[in-house]
Design a protein around this ligand. Sequence first.
Ligand code: GLP
Length: 239
Amino acid sequence: MKLIVGTQEEVIKKAAQRYVKLLNEKPEAVLGLATGSTPLGLYAELVKLCAEGKISFAKCTTFNLDEYIGLDGTHDQSYRYFMNKNLFEKVDIRMEATHVPSGAVKSDEEAEQYDAEIKAAGGIDLQLLGLGVNGHIGFNEPLTPFTSMTHIVKLTDSTREANKRFFASIDEVPTHAYTMGVRDIMQAQRVLMVASGANKAQAIKDAFFGPVTPQVPASILQLHGDVIVIADEAAMSKF
Ligand code: GLP
């Protein structure tokens, strides 16, 4: 694992450079994308680089990590909406090459189909990850089997609590979601985790400087051969 620590601005610039490098070397790359507050700065930087002609998404394919069940893509808190507004509509990507599980339906077939589409695309070249305060990746909550593929999860109280800031009240936070599994994430050629803020410090410590355990889903990344963690100083403050 390679760890890069810097200011928030440096974190964004360094993460963006990974995309410039990858998409210049392999324009048809398959990108695994993430939502949450943390990637917002990175997406804004990618939009800027695309407008400047330094990066193009025209040939790439994307798969998002997760989606709330019960919100369709037009709901402003759905991850499909988040991706459309913060990245897809602002760059030169083909909309049909962007994939987010459909939160409008709740079925195991939807999850299986998602994995089949990732496989058909040739697998993920670079998987972007944020980090949950409880060490989750995607919506793989503590104790999710490391062997899991895309599946339906019941969200923990701590995750619903952490995400309620985006909703009018906690009652509106969905109780279930689709997430790529831990194994999907481990099968990506490269993983790029971004973490910022003091509320991630304990999760960073547990994930990368403690034992590998399903209790901390992100800890499995210690066994991945090509992981870069880019964290700001606040997120590294417990190490
Ligand atoms: C959400 C998402 C994760 C994300 C995490 C952290 O629950 N499902 O994919 O990484 O929370 O989000 P944030 O960056 O807003 O702290």
